[in-house]
Structures are given as structure tokens and as C-alpha cells.
Design a protein around this ligand. Structure first.
Ligand SMILES: [Zn+2]
Length: 174
């Protein structure tokens, strides 16, 4: 199959190859495996408490807290910082950055950078969560393995300076 061409920056063309990666020799990030493992064990205990012991007020608080975390990812890292779908004053950006912290999905800069790379190089080795490497990899596994060299190499061609220049993003990163 002929490589797909895509324009990255003005005039620059980088060849993209559709992949069907099944074997994966990239090293496992054991730190993340251990953190994820511990979080899932805690979740089992949490589920038992939620089912048998939790008062209604805390249930509602949990629901509200979960919604805030979703907002931090969807309205914040995704729509505002990755795609620039709308403009927001510092107060809303600060609120969304706070919500984004609750989600615990990397900081805003890392999330948005990975997401821009994902959109630009979808379903190639340069896609951080390339679905051709399997359902588990696309949803969880990509956070448990070292990034494919193409993600880093081609990712450098994506301009994310606008995200880093936002003082709210810098504050959240610190
Ligand atoms: Zn998107």
C-alpha cells in the first residue's frame, strides 16, 4: 500500500504508513502498571463501601465530583486546549484546570499534546493510542508502555506552544 501523505507544517510533507502492529517489543512502564494496579485494588474496596455503607449525600457528592472531572477533560483539555473550539477567560480556564486535576489524566499540556498528535497521525505508529495495536492498547495499554519512536519524532512537528504559553496550564503543570 502506498504511504499516505499529510501536510504537517507549511510545505513540509511527512509520509505516513498505515500499520497493523500486533507484536510490541517496546518496554513496559512498570511505574504506571503498579500505580494502575494499586488504583484498581482500591476501587474494589471502594465499590464495596459504595454499595453497602455510603450515605446518599456522599453518593451525590461522588456523582458531582465525577461530573467535574469529566468537564475538566471534555470541555477543558479536549475542546478548549487541544482543539481551541472556544475562547475562555482566565477564571473559566482556572476552574477547568482544577476540574482537570480531579480526572488524574496527565496534566493539560501532556493530554492536549498527545491528543493533537493522535488527530494528526490517527491509526499510524505516530498515534499515541494507535487502535491498530488493539482495543486494550488504544484504551489503557498505551499508558503502560514506552511511546513508539514515531510518536516522539512526528509529535515534535506539532506546534503546542499556544498551550504551554497559557499561564493557567503552566500553573497546573507545576
Ligand atoms: Zn479531539
Amino acid at each position: 500500500m502506498a504511504p499516505r501523505q499529510t501536510s504537517v507544517t507549511a510545505g513540509a510533507m511527512i509520509p505516513l504508513t498505515k500499520t497493523k502492529v500486533t507484536s510490541n517489543t517496546l518496554p513496559i512502564v512498570w511505574r504506571n502498571v503498579i500505580i494502575f494496579g494499586i488504583l484498581h485494588i482500591i476501587a474494589i474496596f471502594g465499590a464495596r463501601i459504595a454499595i453497602f455503607e455510603l450515605p446518599l449525600g456522599l453518593w451525590l457528592f461522588g456523582l458531582f465530583y465525577g461530573l467535574l472531572s469529566g468537564l475538566g477533560v471534555t470541555a477543558g483539555a479536549h475542546r478548549l486546549w487541544s482543539h481551541r473550539t472556544y475562547k475562555a477567560k482566565w477564571s473559566l480556564r482556572l476552574f477547568l484546570a482544577f476540574c482537570n486535576c480531579i480526572a488524574g489524566q496527565n496534566d493539560i499540556y501532556e493530554w492536549s499534546r498527545d491528543h493533537r498528535v493522535h488527530h494528526k497521525f490517527s491509526e499510524t505508529d505516530a498515534d499515541p493510542h494507535n487502535v491498530n495495536r488493539g482495543f486494550f492498547f488504544a484504551h489503557m495499554g498505551w499508558l503502560l508502555k514506552k511511546k513508539h519512536p514515531d510518536v516522539i519524532k512526528k509529535g515534535k512537528t506539532i506546534d503546542c506552544g499556544d498551550i504551554l504559553r497559557d499561564p493557567v496550564v503552566q500553573f497546573q503543570r507545576r
